[in-house]
Design a protein around this ligand. Structure first.
Ligand code: 3UK
Length: 520
């Protein structure tokens, strides 16, 4: 065995190499349906995928896209891709085909590994189709839908020492700002930084833990929760490919007994409501819960704590910073707050000139730390606007109290999140105004009766009678063209749009209108 070159670093070795954590080869690392996969089995599976990938002629720096459910194959393919120095591009399996096509073409993927059940979303068109090979995986049997002999066999496996902490490892697409999704590029070194700063120091994750994340691995949040953190700690990750209702999730937790649960606020609310409606929710295996993606309303946190006697740590992370950089702690948390800066990161609240705001004033959040992204893929302009001297501008407005607790106030752009997923007002508005009766539309976040974000649309009507029938009709129209979470849950008719002198809709004025939370 060659001794590892100290400047060399590869995530495959970090997780599965001999110098890895104190687990033995036969320790279970993944539980999936009725399978238990040991560390050694995962390593063999990932090496096998690495050889296949090499057999397709993929080389260092090439992009390999994954359109896969949360499964052992997702983890094996991800580790295989990064082991040979390729750049892994996990794609959101809920995206419509045209967004998948955009990501394949924008990233210039050489290879796409896709679930047979998601094949329809992977119609590669135009230029991309000539250069992107598609490999299908049977969604039920979890085996390849092509013969191994189709792949250049006998390709020698490369040693995993061609990379360093500075080598690009993966690209995560996010549609945070208006417009097309952008690829956030991370280097191999980002991952150990999140493991040490957050998983070890904040969550105290150990080999005794069993983790489950309701957010998927194609999100940075899920990727840390289900891949990096458990593998680095020698914990078990529970994977579930299906989307679960509150009832199924409650049964899953009771059966599979996770000790750490990761969710978004809407999941905590749905479990609470399920319990209040008489459903059985047994969380006795759980020692710690984590919430991220959007602010966890203080009321949900307090209801959760009262119902289940469990700590839930709200923390803010982002795709650009890879994982959580401001968080509450088990023995030091505040309801309604994102918590305090995680050790290893620095955070500043600044005004428009970049000067630090005074205590108690609102400011834009800038953050710095070793897991910051390397740049947006092929978007030097946007990279330049977002990251300077290592400081990443998050686009969030925060307030900090004198104990260092951060409180989320909103976003400086107009985008917002519903159920932890981005909603771009412009995208929803363009659908609404394509309806014959709608002349103008403005979409803003609103808060429903539970304190969670929903989309509210103000529309100016061209013709037709303003009433519930038209409301329903417009919602149905939007529902046939947008994923459900983007469909406005309320529609208000107005005479005229408030606009600036330059003709921009003043969404902030509409936000301010929504004080009395009327019907939907
Ligand atoms: C918002 C929050 C208030 C905030 C993420 C954990 O959500 C993640 O990444 P995204 O790139 O979105 C980032 C933006 O989401 N946000 C996230 N968490 C909170 N706002 N309180 C919170 N607790 O606007 C942020 O800029 O999708 C979350 C870990 C990794 C992640 N990528």
């Amino acid at each position: 065995m060659m001794s590892a070159n100290p400047t060399r670093f590869n995530l495959f070795n970090y997780f599965l190499g001999e110098e890895g954590v104190a687990q033995t080869a036969d320790t279970t690392v993944i539980e999936f349906r009725d399978r238990r996969i040991s560390r050694d089995e995962l390593r063999v599976e990932a090496e096998c995928w690495a050889n296949r990938i090499l057999g397709y002629g993929v080389t260092q720096g090439d992009r390999i896209a994954l359109l896969l459910y949360d499964s052992p194959e997702f983890i094996a393919c991800f580790l295989a891709a990064v082991s040979i120095g390729a750049i892994c591009v996990p794609i959101n399996t809920f995206l419509p085909a045209h967004d998948v096509a955009f990501i394949l073409s924008d990233s210039g993927a050489r290879l796409l590994i896709v679930e047979s059940e998601l094949e329809d979303k992977a119609k590669v068109s135009g230029e991309a189709s000539a250069s992107c090979t598609i490999v299908k995986l049977d969604s039920q049997s979890r085996s390849l839908l092509c013969s191994e002999s189709d792949i250049g066999a006998d390709t020698p496996h490369l040693p995993y020492d061609t990379t360093t902490r500075e080598t690009p490892a993966f690209l995560l697409y996010t549609s945070g700002s208006t417009g097309a999704p952008k690829g956030v590029l991370h280097l191999h070194g980002s991952v150990p930084f999140t493991v040490e700063s957050y998983a070890a120091n904040v969550l105290h994750l150990t080999g005794e833990d069993r983790v489950f994340s309701s957010s998927r691995m194609f999100f940075a949040y899920g990727l840390g929760n289900s891949l990096s953190f458990p593998l680095a700690a020698g914990a078990v990750v529970l994977l579930e490919p299906e989307r679960m209702s509150a009832g199924r999730l409650a049964r899953f937790i009771e059966d599979r007994k996770p000790t750490v649960f990761f969710g978004v606020p809407a999941v905590y609310l749905s479990l609470l409501e399920y319990r209040w409606s008489g459903g059985r929710v047994d969380l006795s295996s759980v020692r710690l819960c984590v919430s991220a993606g959007e602010a966890l309303p203080g009321r949900i946190l307090e209801d959760w704590q009262r119902e289940f006697g469990l700590t839930t740590l709200d923390g803010i992370g982002s795709t650009e910073m890879l994982h959580i950089f401001i968080s509450n702690r088990e023995r030091n948390s505040r309801a309604g707050s994102s918590g305090t800066v995680v050790e290893g990161y620095e955070a500043r609240l600044v005004d428009e000139t970049g000067a630090e705001v005074r205590a108690d004033e609102l400011g834009s959040l800038w953050v710095r730390g070793g897991s910051a992204f390397a740049g947006y893929w092929n978007r030097a302009d946007l990279t330049e606007q977002t990251i300077r001297d290592g400081w990443v501008r998050t686009g969030d407005i925060y307030q900090r109290d004198d104990e260092g607790f951060f409180y989320h106030v909103g976003r400086s752009d107009d985008c917002f999140k519903v159920r932890g997923l981005w909603v771009s007002p412009i995208e929803v508005e363009s659908v609404l105004i394509s309806h014959d009766y709608v002349s103008e539309a403005a979409v803003v976040p609103a808060i429903d009766d539970n304190g969670l974000a929903t989309a509210l649309a103000y529309v100016v009507i061209r013709q037709g009678e303003r009433g519930d029938a038209l409301r329903d009709e417009i919602c149905k129209f939007a529902g046939s063209r947008l994923p459900q979470y983007k469909v406005p849950s309320r529609i208000e008719f107005i005479e005229e749009m408030p606009r600036t002198a330059t003709g921009k809709i003043q969404r902030y004025k509409l936000r301010a209108c929504d004080t009395e939370g009327t019907q939907g």
